[in-house]
Write a protein that binds this ligand. Structure first.
Ligand code: RP5
Length: 169
């Protein structure tokens, strides 16, 4: 089970991508709205109890002055994968800096701004180290991605630019 937490329901459309990708990989997940600022006690309790509840990693997405991933990491030794989110007046650079610049001793694996899909893939990669089934599904997912990209190139060669863009609409 992978935990997905986000600072606000306004983050849900972005974190949904992590849930979808975990689903594609056959990994169970749960998703919670927990804020480092608005519901700090609940966020702390979730992180502190995560390992005992059987979670293997936590994906934490937040925007603006994003402290959620760091606070979660401060309360668990599970791998914490931070997803800084855009949407604020500073366009996500604020959340990126807040998430990536963790002090030595409490690491967060920081993804790209809005990088929720990669957060799911990274969580799978962490699990795949010790789980052959997850490893096989992750490899299959990546093979499918490669095939999809190659077939797009083939179609572009067949159709040319205008027709390709037309059929993509
Ligand atoms: C952050 O503030 C949340 O993660 C969200 O990205 C941002 C804005 O939250 P709302 O005002 O939309 O609830 O804590």
């Amino acid at each position: 089970m992978i935990g997905i937490v986000m600072g606000s329901d306004s983050d849900l459309p972005k974190l949904r991508q992590a849930a979808e990708t975990l689903g594609e990989l056959g990994l169970p997940w749960e998703i919670r709205i927990l804020s480092a600022h608005r519901t700090p006690a609940a966020a702390m309790a979730y992180a502190a109890g995560a390992r005992e509840r059987g979670l293997k990693a936590i994906i934490a997405g937040a925007g603006a002055a994003a402290h959620l991933a760091g606070v979660v990491a401060a309360h668990t030794s599970l791998p914490v994968i931070g997803v800084p989110l855009s949407g604020s007046a500073l366009g996500g650079v604020d959340a990126l800096h807040s998430t990536v610049m963790m002090p030595p001793g409490i690491p967060v694996a920081c993804m790209a701004v809005d990088g929720a899909r990669n957060a799911a893939l990274f969580a799978a990669a962490v699990l795949a180290v010790a789980d052959a089934g997850v490893h096989e599904r992750l490899e299959a997912w990546r093979r499918a991605q490669t095939e999809a990209a190659l077939s797009k190139d083939q179609r572009l060669q067949e159709l040319g630019i205008d027709a390709y863009l037309q059929q993509k609409r």
